[in-house]
Design a protein around this ligand. Structure first.
Ligand code: ATP
Ligand code: MG
Length: 416
């Protein structure tokens, strides 16, 4: 019996991969225009890095991590998200010594042991960005505008931007206490997870997908009413910059995010098209994380988007790769010449194919059709003698006669 892949770990095949390439190329272009550089960090880190940064009482660390003990007795984890590794590297490689302001982006696989379903997998991919060393709310707005521009450039207009502020260590404890008190009074209506969260992570109850919890917390106190003046002003400035740049958003005071390190601004891009997998991208400010991980006292902000979810929203129109030219040949000598021309034209940057296994002319033309070749060229005895051939445009059926010369052919193919 053939060996299958692991459940929740997907293959990305030709036909689908073109979407991924477009998503990645668009991210690179849009992010680099905003001054970001790529960073590549390992997919495995010490388990304690994630436990310390993401937080012990989060779903990710409690239930979703792929952790194991390696042969050297080290506790290691396949990364469930990208921020922890990037910040670990920022500190370890002392990037802050050259410049406390780093603007970094990354893309690659992440691993979470969740129940696989549409838009939720065990190996999935994120494209994310992080900025260190800037407190000014203009950078919050820059990141949000950049994210919206990325989606606009892909022609994806549906997700909407929701923003919130989670306050800071100064004002959040009072909010946490108020929320805890509110939840305590409704303990009976909450799910088991949320009852536990009352003590460990009460904010998460606002985000619970169980309907009863949604109803029980409908009137819960709002974090925005508990912000200290610094956080309140910061959030007002972010909104002002979004307004000034014509970026649409809504404020959602119930959005709490699943990672402990967030402070102040948090945000999500939310779609109605993917069922309960509604968050396409998410992020926020993490002003305490760099120090928490042993680095200097510098603020940070970042986001990550799920590439599978972006791909589900992206139309595949115009993405299929088609050969510019398919060369069909009749006879052995013509086959050799077709091969030589193909190699030369590929060198000119054209996508050119032929049939390797010497089939009939008719079956070669069927293959040209199947591949969707824009042009075909048929070589036989006559063409070899005259050194001229007929280039046929498949869509219109129009033919033009040309010398069998790479330069002339390349010119004709590039003109269209
Ligand atoms: P969700 O609420 O859907 O579980 P999350 O809050 O766990 O999302 P983050 O940790 O903020 O998600 O990750 C950012 C993005 O990564 C999400 O918005 C989503 O697009 C994507 N993502 C997260 N988990 C998965 C997964 N298991 N499979 C596919 N994409 C995922
Ligand atoms: Mg999740």
């Amino acid at each position: 019996m053939a060996i299958t892949g692991i459940k929740g770990f997907n293959d990305i095949l030709p036909g689908e991969v073109e979407k991924w390439q477009r998503i990645e190329a668009t991210a690179r272009r849009v992010f680099e225009n905003c001054g970001f550089s790529e960073i590549r960090v390992p997919i495995m880190e010490k388990t304690e890095l994630f436990a310390r940064s993401i937080g012990d009482a989060t779903d990710i660390v409690e239930k979703e991590m792929y952790s194991f003990v390696d042969k050297g007795d080290n506790r290691v984890t396949l990364r469930p998200e990208g921020t922890a590794g990037v910040i670990r590297s920022f500190i370890e490689q002392k990037l802050h010594a050259q410049d406390p302001v780093a603007k970094l982006y990354y893309m690659g696989p992440m691993f979470r042991s969740e129940r696989p379903q549409k838009g939720r997998y065990r190996q999935f991919h994120q494209i994310g960005a992080e900025v260190t060393g800037i407190t000014n709310p203009r950078i919050d707005a820059q990141i949000l505008v950049m994210l919206c521009r990325f989606f606009a450039e892909l022609g994806i207009t549906e997700p909407t931007l929701q923003i919130n502020s989670l306050g800071c260590p100064e004002c959040r404890p009072a909010y946490r206490a108020a929320l805890k008190e509110y939840l305590e009074m409704r303990r009976e209506s909450l799910c088991d997870d949320c009852r536990r969260r009352i003590d460990t992570n009460p904010l998460r109850a606002l985000d619970c997908k169980v309907i009863g919890c949604g109803e029980a917390t409908a009137e819960a106190p709002s974090v925005l009413q508990h912000l200290c003046s610094g956080c309140d002003e910061h959030f007002a400035s972010v909104r002002r910059h979004l307004d000034a740049t014509g970026t649409s958003y809504s404020v959602n005071h119930r959005m709490v995010r699943g990672l402990d390190y967030y402070t102040r601004t948090t945000f999500e891009l939310v779609t109605g098209l993917l069922g309960s997998q509604s968050a396409v991208a998410a992020g926020g400010r993490y002003d305490g994380l760099i120090q928490e991980l042993g680095g200097p006292k510098l603020p940070g902000i970042g986001f990550a988007m799920g590439v599978e979810r972006v791909a589900l929203l992206l139309s595949d129109e115009g993405l299929a790769r088609r050969p510019d030219l398919f060369i069909a040949a009749h006879g052995e000598a013509a086959g050799d010449e077709a091969f030589r021309l193909m190699i030369l034209l590929q060198g000119e940057g054209l996508r050119v194919e032929l049939e390797y296994e010497g089939k009939s002319l008719k079956s070669q033309m069927r293959r040209a059709d199947k591949l969707g070749a824009r042009y075909t060229l048929v070589l036989g005895e006559d063409e070899l003698v005259s050194r001229r051939g007929k280039l046929k445009e498949m869509a219109s059926g129009e033919q033009q006669e040309l010398p069998l010369e790479p330069a002339a052919l390349a010119r004709a193919l590039s003109c269209s």
